[in-house]
Design a protein around this ligand. Structure first.
Ligand code: ZN
Length: 185
């Protein structure tokens, strides 16, 4: 941020009085522009022994496979955001069965939240997808997944499915995890 969105004057990146970390502070009008992590919400749609994946039609990672997920909007709940993203990217409805993975990405200021659910009815590629398809475990394109969050969620799922128990998995992705993932992709 270079300029104050309130008054248009240049901002400085300093620790405001009484605070403990630097913020974008406008010395002209006194506004402190707080920045906080963004939530990415999505679903893991399951149909029998298959899961639904979307091939991305947009950057980043165009052409790679992902779960339907995207940035939460103001005024939404996390399940509503996950369901909306699934509708937008896969033209699909899902009967949500609870939060399944919560992955912190502190180095890019994001929190990733995937809800597991049963795929209901038909699906099709939305405007942000080139293709939407169902995959059995042995058909998953592991080398063509878009993000480490997607791979981690799918690995948990196929492991949990052997016991038919799907607890919430909370974890972090570190810069090293990210480098390892994109370095080998
Ligand atoms: Zn200002």
């Amino acid at each position: 941020m270079n300029y104050c969105s309130h008054c248009g004057q240049p901002v400085s990146f300093v620790i405001p009085p009484g605070d403990d970390r630097p913020r974008y502070l406008c010395q002209a009008c006194g506004t402190i522009h707080y920045q906080n992590p963004r939530i990415v919400a999505g679903t893991l749609p399951v149909s029998g022994d298959q899961v639904l994946l979307c091939k991305r039609a947009i950057a980043p990672r165009l052409g790679y496979w992902t779960l339907p997920a995207g940035f939460m909007e103001n005024g939404e709940s996390t399940p509503a955001a996950a369901a909306r993203e699934t509708r937008e990217e896969a033209c699909a409805e899902v009967d949500l069965q609870g939060l399944y993975t919560l992955i912190n990405l502190p180095h890019i200021n994001q929190v990733f939240m995937i809800f597991r659910g049963t795929l209901l009815g038909e699906f099709a590629a939305g405007p942000e997808s080139l293709e939407v398809a169902l995959f059995r475990e042995d058909e998953i394109p592991w080398d063509e997944l878009a993000f480490p969050t997607i791979e981690r969620t799918l690995r948990h799922f196929f492991s949990d499915r052997q016991r038919n128990a799907f607890p919430l998995h909370v974890s972090d992705i570190t810069p090293e995890d990210r480098e390892r993932y994109f370095g080998s992709a």
